[in-house]
Write a protein that binds this ligand. Structure first.
Ligand SMILES: [Zn+2]
Length: 72
């Protein structure tokens, strides 16, 4: 979405002037999508999988320690 640094405002793509400038201040607008830049690049379900993996590996570690302890 076009972003005007001078006005600190997002502009609707069709509200940008034909020459690619802000209709309010007539400065160049930034056409890069700042929302994706500031967004967390890691999706939320990644953390669920990570927590589940840590819990599983932790449980297996406890099991493994118990198994080793039984051998002696
Ligand atoms: Zn502007």
């Amino acid at each position: 979405m076009p972003w005007c640094d001078t006005c600190d405002v997002y502009l609707a793509p069709n509200s940008v002037d034909a020459d690619g400038t802000c209709p309010t201040c007539h400065h160049e607008v930034d056409h890069s999508d700042k929302i994706t830049e500031t967004d967390n690049p890691v999706p939320w379900h990644f953390w669920i999988v990570l927590v589940a993996l840590i819990a599983y590996l932790g449980w297996r570690l406890i099991q493994g320690v118990g198994w080793i302890a039984q051998q002696f």
